[in-house]
Write a protein that binds this ligand. Structure first.
Ligand code: ARG
Length: 614
C-alpha cells in the first residue's frame, strides 16, 4: 500500500492515513487520486467488489458531486438503489470524505474540504518550479520552463522524437507550418511533462530540384546583403522571380536540373551555395522560433537523409517483393490496403520525398533508438503518412508501430488583401501591432509596462497560439486577427490578462508575506464555495495533462484554462485579500498564488510565456 505523507505523524495537520495503491492512480502527482481511492475503498467494501473495479467508477469532475458513482455500471444485479444505499450505510466521515448520500442508484461523496484544500495547495507549491512562491517565474529561466505541477514520471527512461514545423527553404512558411509548429511544440512539452526524454526535430525541406532553380535565380538577381539580412524573404522572392522567368524561357529549367544533379553528385561548389542558403535560412528561422518560445534539437532535414539509407530501404523492399517496375520507375503497390500505388524511385534515378522519409525513419531509429516517433504534419499528407507507415511495417521494421502521424486541419482566410502569401513574421507582426494598439489605449497601465514592445509581442503570439489550439486539431479554422486579439471572450489576451492579475496580488499587498513553511498558513479559513470551486479545478489539472496524452488535443487544456480563469474572475469580490484580517488574507493570497502557478504551468505546456505585467 502507498504511504501518503509518511513523513508526517498522526495528529499533524497534514497527516493523511495511507490509502491502498491502485494501478493507474498516481497520488504523488495528483492528491485527488487518494480521495478517489478512499471513495473506491468504501464502495468496494460495501458491495463486495475488488478495489480495482470500484476505482474507475469514481467519477471526478462531474457537476453533480465532488466524487460521483453510478452504481449500475458495476452490474451487481437487481435494482441499483439498494446497492447505493448499502454504500451510504457503510460510510463513516473521515480525513478524506465528509459526506455520502444516494439518489436512486447514484452515490455522491463530498470531500473533506479542510484536508483537501491543504493537500492540493501544498502539492502545487511543492511541484512549482520557481523556488519561491513570492516571485513569478522568469520566462527566460530554462529550468522554470519545465511544467511543474501536473507533470508525472510515467514515461521515465523512454525516448520520444517529435518532428514538427518542417518548412521548406525558399517556399513560404505557410499556415500549415505554423500549425505544425504550435501543435508540435505542445506535444513535445506534453511528452516531457510525462517524463519522456524528447528530441525535437525540424525536418527542413532543404533538398530537391527547387534548389537548382533557386541557385540559378540567385546567380541572376540575388544579393549577399539581402541573403544575410533576411534569407527567408529574399530566397522566396528570388524563387518566385526565377519561376516567372522560367515560364518564358524553359532553358532555365535545364540549367536548374543540371545544378541539382551537381548537388546530388556532391559537387563542392554547388553544395557550398546550397549550404549558405540553408544556414542563413536556419539562422532567420531560429530567431522566429525563439520569439515563439520554441526550440529544436536538430535541423536534420531532407538533405540529411543518407543515400545509402534510401538504398537500404529500396533493397529491403526488393527482397520482400514489394516493388514492381514501370517504365523504368519503381512502384510499391498498396492497393490491397486501399493506399494506391506509390512511386519509390523515378526513372531518372533522382530521389523523391517518400524515399527520403523511408530512409530517414530507419536512420533516426538507429541514431535515437526511439520508443515513439511523432510526425506533426497537415491532414493533406494523411495518405503520404499512411503509405509510409504501411511500407515500413511491410518491410518488417519492428519499430514501425512506434510511429504516429498527428494531423490537423486548414487555416482559412490567411491571404492578405493584396493576395500575396503571408509569412510567419508578418502574421506575428500583425498580431503584435494589434495588441500594442490596444495596450496603448490604457495610458496609465501602459506607462507601467517595462517593455511594451516585448509585452505586446508575447500577447500577440499568445493570441495566435490560443486561437489555433482552441478547437480540436482536425477542424479547419478561420484566421481572424480581430477576434483573436480581443480581450473579450475566450482569447489568448484574456488568459495573459488573468495571469497578470493574479501576479498583481503580491504587488498590491506588500504587507502580506507568506511563511516559507506553508503548513503554517491557516487554509481552514478558506471556506467559500467560490474558493472550493477553484481548488477543485486546481486538483483536476494533473488528470487533464494525462488526458491530453491520450488524444493529443491541446483544446482540452485550453478549455480548462478558461474554466479556471472564469472561476477566478468571479471570485475577486468574495475572496478579497486587501483589508482582511491577516491570517485570512494570507490564506487567500496562498490560494491565488497557487492558482497563478497552475495557470502558468498550463500556459508553459502550450509553449506560452506567462507575463506578470501588461
Ligand atoms: N516539408 C514538408 C512540407 O512542407 C513537411 C514535412 C513533413 N514531414 C515528413 N517527414 N514528411 O510539406
Amino acid at each position: 500500500s502507498t504511504s501518503t505523507n509518511t513523513e508526517l505523524k498522526q495528529g499533524d495537520a497534514y497527516y493523511l492515513p495511507p490509502v491502498p495503491s491502485v494501478k493507474g492512480a498516481d497520488t504523488e502527482t495528483a492528491i485527488i487520486e487518494a480521495y478517489r481511492i478512499a471513495a473506491a475503498k468504501i464502495v468496494s467494501e460495501a458491495v463486495d467488489i475488488p478495489l480495482e473495479t470500484a476505482y474507475p467508477g469514481i467519477d471526478v469532475g462531474n457537476k453533480k458531486a465532488d466524487l460521483y458513482v453510478a452504481m449500475p455500471r458495476f452490474r451487481l444485479g437487481g435494482k441499483p438503489d439498494p446497492w447505493a444505499e448499502k454504500v451510504v450505510a457503510h460510510f463513516k466521515p473521515d480525513e478524506y470524505l465528509s459526506k455520502c448520500t444516494s439518489e436512486k442508484g447514484f452515490v455522491s461523496f463530498t470531500l473533506n474540504h479542510d484536508t483537501f484544500t491543504r493537500q492540493v495547495l501544498r502539492q502545487i507549491r511543492n511541484a512549482t518550479p520557481s523556488s519561491s512562491l513570492g516571485t513569478s517565474v522568469n520566462p527566460l529561466d530554462k529550468a522554470a520552463q519545465k511544467p511543474g505541477y501536473g507533470s508525472n514520471k510515467s514515461g521515465q527512461g523512454k525516448k520520444a522524437i517529435v518532428e514538427f514545423s518542417s518548412p521548406n527553404i525558399a517556399k513560404p512558411f505557410h499556415a500549415g507550418h505554423l500549425r505544425s509548429t504550435i501543435i508540435g511544440a505542445f506535444l513535445a512539452n506534453l511528452y516531457e511533462a510525462h517524463g519522456w526524454e524528447v528530441t525535437r526535430i525540424n525536418y527542413l525541406g532543404d533538398w530537391g530540384k527547387q534548389f537548382g532553380l533557386l541557385a540559378v535565380g540567385f546567380q541572376r538577381f540575388g544579393t549577399e546583403e539581402e541573403l544575410e539580412a533576411n534569407a527567408i524573404t529574399h530566397l522566396y522572392h528570388v524563387y518566385v522571380r526565377i519561376n516567372q522567368e522560367a515560364e518564358a524561357d524553359p532553358s532555365i529549367h535545364d540549367e536548374a536540373r543540371a545544378f541539382f544533379k551537381k548537388m546530388e553528385d556532391g559537387d563542392k561548389e554547388a553544395l557550398a551555395l546550397w549550404s549558405r542558403f540553408r544556414d542563413f535560412s536556419i539562422k532567420r528561422l531560429e530567431e522566429t522560433y525563439k520569439r515563439l518560445n520554441i526550440h529544436f534539437d536538430s535541423y536534420a532535414g531532407e538533405a540529411a537523409v543518407k543515400p545509402e539509407k534510401m538504398e537500404e530501404a529500396f533493397k529491403i523492399m526488393q527482397e520482400k517483393n514489394m516493388l514492381v517496375q514501370d517504365k523504368g520507375a519503381y512502384l510499391c503497390d498498396l492497393e490491397k490496403y486501399k493506399l494506391g500505388k506509390v512511386v519509390i524511385k523515378k526513372a531518372d534515378g533522382t530521389s523523391i520525398y517518400i524515399a527520403r522519409d523511408l530512409g530517414g525513419a530507419a536512420q533516426r531509429y538507429e541514431k535515437y533508438n526511439f520508443d515513439k516517433m511523432i510526425y506533426v504534419v497537415a491532414a493533406q499528407q494523411d495518405l503520404h503518412n499512411k503509405q509510409l507507415f504501411k511500407m515500413l511495417e511491410l518491410m518488417g521494421h519492428e519499430w514501425a508501430d512506434r510511429l504516429e502521424h498527428v494531423n490537423f486541419g486548414l487555416v482559412m482566410g490567411m491571404s492578405t488583401r493584396k493576395g500575396t502569401v503571408k509569412f510567419l513574421d508578418e502574421i506575428l507582426a500583425e498580431a503584435k501591432d494589434s495588441m500594442h494598439e490596444q495596450m496603448a489605449k490604457n495610458e496609465e497601465k501602459y506607462a507601467q509596462v517595462e517593455d511594451p514592445e516585448y509585452t505586446s509581442d508575447v500577447v500577440g503570439q499568445t493570441a495566435v497560439k490560443i486561437q489555433d489550439m482552441s478547437a480540436r486539431r482536425i477542424n479547419d479554422y478561420t484566421f481572424d486577427i480581430k477576434r483573436m486579439t480581443s480581450f473579450e471572450g475566450d482569447t489568448g489576451p484574456y488568459i495573459q490578462y488573468s495571469h497578470v492579475r493574479l501576479c498583481s496580488i503580491e504587488r498590491k499587498n506588500p504587507n502580506i508575506v507568506l511563511p516559507e513553511d506553508v503548513t503554517q498558513i491557516k487554509t481552514e479559513l478558506i471556506t467559500e464555495p467560490k474558493a472550493k470551486e477553484i481548488i477543485y479545478l486546481l486538483a483536476c489539472y494533473p488528470q487533464l495533462v494525462n488526458d491530453a496524452m491520450r488524444d493529443y488535443q491541446a483544446s482540452g487544456i485550453v478549455t480548462y484554462m478558461f474554466k479556471l480563469t472564469h472561476a477566478v474572475s468571479s471570485a475577486w469580490e468574495t475572496l478579497k485579500v486587501q483589508g482582511q484580517e491577516e491570517e485570512l488574507a494570507k490564506a487567500r493570497m496562498y490560494l491565488f498564488l497557487c492558482t497563478r502557478d497552475v495557470l502558468a504551468s498550463a500556459m508553459r505546456l502550450l509553449s506560452l510565456t506567462p507575463l506578470d505585467r501588461m
